[in-house]
Design a protein around this ligand. Structure first.
Ligand SMILES: *Cc1c(COP(=O)(O)O)cnc(C)c1O
Length: 358
């Protein structure tokens, strides 16, 4: 069986060299005589892997010393609770409501304090991201939460809000895909299953001055200060997930880092959007200015044709192109691990489908 081009929004493709290395080392990692899954998280063989993984992420993202790197569990969603529990000192926070995950993050924060929706595009089914310059930020907010790439709708922010409060960014579907100036953020967090590794793992980059403020009811596992003091090992971490994340970081470094992959990502997105903009059958759904580099959403305008397209594409080894159940249509998620060839094959297939169905 040949591998397919998997356009899934997450869990999504991993780079082939990552899978090959993991397979090669599966039974015996180096000279240890055991797999990474079987190692004690406190053993030197594992802490070496862990330390290198943190160092490589620091190098890739250019993370300054005054930020901590945490490997947490519970995906990005657990952070929806952890954020207010760690940061809501005065019980107030601003949320930018730019998509379903942004909405869920805000809903969860409401359990812990006053949430101000500073801007929202919910009424327009999130076809664009709300204008940050016109947003109604609360000068007393403990933090401003933003979802920089909206996975379901295929939109993204290319600019950050001009606010004093620390910016807390859900970067799940864009981390490592383009350069990010870490110093502009208070916290960057990302579920791993899009651009990093397997699901269940969450990477959080936390500015150190934001530690030590957690609500006293904050569960220890969600407490960034505890996790920082314990080197992300208050309990047994997701050792295998962190190892695979490390392999992904190795792979990214080997191909030239974030600047290099960003160029590839721009090329892939351009191939798809250029075709969509001239197509007689397919139409991109996100407003041009806000188009995501990672998730490309489109429709034919006819549900039956959408379904026929998704099915026919799958038969050609182009799988998981169905859009999210709340928006319908199609979505091609083209994260870092999707090769340019996968996108070229998709565009060629779309042209062919168009010729037969327009
Ligand atoms: C996938 C995703 C999530 C949810 O991640 P989990 O790891 O399933 O909790 C949250 N936010 C964004 C932007 C996502 O793309």
């Amino acid at each position: 069986m040949e591998r397919v081009y998997n356009f899934s929004p997450g869990p999504s493709m991993l780079a082939q060299p990552v899978l090959e290395k993991a397979q090669k080392d599966l039974m015996c990692y180096g000279t240890t005589g055991m797999s990474v899954m079987e190692m004690s998280h406190r053993s030197k063989m594992y802490t070496d892997i862990f330390d290198k993984t943190v160092a490589d992420l620091r190098e890739l993202m250019n993370i300054p010393e005054d930020y901590d790197v945490l490997f947490l569990q519970g995906g990005a969603t657990e952070q929806f609770s952890a954020i207010p529990l760690n940061l809501m000192v005065n019980g107030k926070a601003d949320y930018v409501d730019s998509g379903n995950f942004a909405h869920l993050a805000a809903e969860e924060a409401k359990r812990y304090g006053a949430v101000n929706i500073a801007a929202s595009s919910r009424a327009d089914n999130y076809t664009y991201v709300p204008d940050l310059a016109a947003a109604n930020f609360d000068p007393e907010a403990d933090y401003v939460h933003i979802t920089q790439n909206n996975t379901i709708y295929g939109t993204r922010y290319t600019e950050l809000p001009d606010v004093k409060a620390p910016i807390v960014c859900d970067a799940s579907s864009m981390i490592l895909s383009e350069p990010m100036d870490v110093t502009r953020y208070g916290v960057i967090y990302a579920g791993a299953q899009k651009n990093i590794g397997p699901s269940g793992l969450c990477v959080a980059v936390v500015r150190k001055d934001l530690l030590g403020k957690a609500n006293k009811l904050c569960p220890k596992l969600m407490n960034w200060t505890v996790q920082s003091e314990k080197g992300s090992m208050y309990n047994t971490p997701n050792t295998w997930g962190i190892y695979l994340a490390g392999l992904t970081f190795d792979w990214l470094k080997s191909i030239g880092g974030i600047d290099a992959i960003h160029k590839v990502n721009v090329e892939k997105a351009q191939l798809l959007y250029d075709f969509l903009d001239e197509s007689k059958l397919f139409k991109a759904t996100a407003q041009k200015k806000y188009r995501s580099l990672m998730n490309v959403t489109f429709v034919t305008g006819d549900e039956a044709k959408d379904a026929a397209f998704v099915k026919a594409a799958a038969a050609e080894g182009l799988v998981n192109l169905k859009g999210h159940r709340t928006v319908g249509g199609m979505r091609a998620s083209i994260y870092n691990a999707m090769p340019v060839d996968g996108v070229k094959k998709l565009v060629a297939f779309m042209k062919d489908f168009e010729a037969k169905n327009a």
